[in-house]
Design a protein around this ligand. Structure first.
Ligand code: HMG
Length: 312
């Protein structure tokens, strides 16, 4: 039985949030240990059983760029065998038309493209210039929408970039609007290297609102490099954001972003939401058990504070 925090509601916060689980994709893409396809399928199945939805499954990127996810097709086939059509509802990352073709062949219904607010990261992560990335996304997103898919748009380096330093809010808003104008159903603002602080989060959301982008189209994607992910999440909640990306056990990081570390841990987020009395529909014990099970496969303990505390 999990210890639970006292529930003290705060006025003005959303009643319910969606946790967009990225552990199987963002969490595993940066792991040195090779993980069997069957273990990945077990992970995703366990996360779904714990009540998480959506659960991002994998990436249809170049296997040489991200060898950890080179088994994307095998994994999705394994999941279809286990879960049937439900597996086709799991979102996957797709950078370009080649990736889209691979997702369409499998009948998948939700993709996420991933852009950059900075020139350097567009180059390192996508082999594109800042401007060139839109030309890559445009036909990909148009074809995906025509095929009836939903498209999430990730935007990386929204709060700082390890090569370029500070990133102007106006630049982030311009890039984010670009993704929305291309047809993204939702825009996930990424603090790829975990440098954001709460005031910056509020200022960025306010800048989007000034440009007519409603808060319900935004999701927040925090990494916990400087221990700010939960404070930043609270700032997002106070602005009315209701979708937060998180990774079971706090795994994660982008292999092409210098100094990127783990994502906000799903368990840490759940603990805070429970204390605030915000509904999420997820079983904290089941997620923490899954993170411990995965940690055994990875050969090291979960970095999540809540996973550690619940064990002791
Ligand atoms: C975008 C590319 C593919 C460009 O890579 P490229 O080398 O410029 O690709 P290309 O278009 O020049 O093609 C070269 C070869 O790759 C093949 N190819 C081309 N595309 C694909 C594909 N989709 N799947 C499989 N194969 C592909 C293509 O068919 C061709 O094969 P060849 O003719 O030489 O045999 C590459 O840069 C890439 O795969 N990048 C992905 C990097 C990545 O996955 N990063 C991590 C995810 S982003 C992230 O983690 C941040 C996030 C989302 O979590 C939010 C945050 O924290 O900020």
């Amino acid at each position: 039985m999990t210890d639970l925090p006292a529930v003290v509601r705060h006025d003005g916060l959303p009643d319910r949030v969606t946790i967009y689980e990225v552990g199987a994709r963002d969490g595993l893409q940066n792991e040195k240990t090779a993980i069997d396809t069957g273990v990945k399928a077990d992970l995703i199945t366990r996360l779904l059983e714990a009540g998480l939805s959506p659960v991002e499954a994998t990436s249809f990127v170049h296997p040489k760029w991200v060898p950890q996810l080179a088994d994307a097709k095998e994994l999705m086939n394994e999941l279809v065998d286990r879960l049937g059509d439900r597996a086709r509802e799991l979102p996957v990352l797709v950078p370009n038309e080649k990736g889209l073709d691979r997702a369409l062949e499998l009948g998948l219904r939700h993709i996420a493209v991933f852009g950059s607010a900075t020139e350097t990261f567009a180059n390192k992560n996508l082999n594109q210039s800042f401007d060139g990335q839109w030309a890559m996304f445009e036909p990909t997103m148009t074809r995906a929408k025509d095929a009836g898919m939903t498209v999430r748009g990730y935007l990386s380096m929204c709060f700082g970039d390890p090569w370029e330093g500070q990133v102007e809010i106006a630049r982030v808003v311009e890039a984010g609007k670009r993704l929305l104008d291309l047809g993204a159903d939702e825009l996930s603002l990424g603090d790829t290297i975990g440098v954001a602080t709460a005031g910056h989060v509020k200022a960025l959301i306010a800048a989007f609102a000034e440009e007519g982008v409603a808060t319900d189209r935004l999701a927040l994607h925090f990494h916990d490099t400087y221990g700010q992910a939960l404070a930043n999440t609270l700032a997002g909640l106070q602005c009315g954001v209701t979708t937060f990306d998180a990774s079971a056990g706090g795994l994660g990081g982008c292999p092409y972003a210098k100094s990127a570390t783990g994502n906000l841990a799903t368990e840490d987020l759940l603990w805070m939401l429970d204390g605030l009395g915000i509904e999420h529909g997820v079983d904290l014990d089941a997620v923490a058990d899954t993170s411990r099970w995965l940690a055994d496969h990875l050969g090291r303990p979960s970095p999540s504070a809540v996973v550690r505390a619940l064990r002791s």
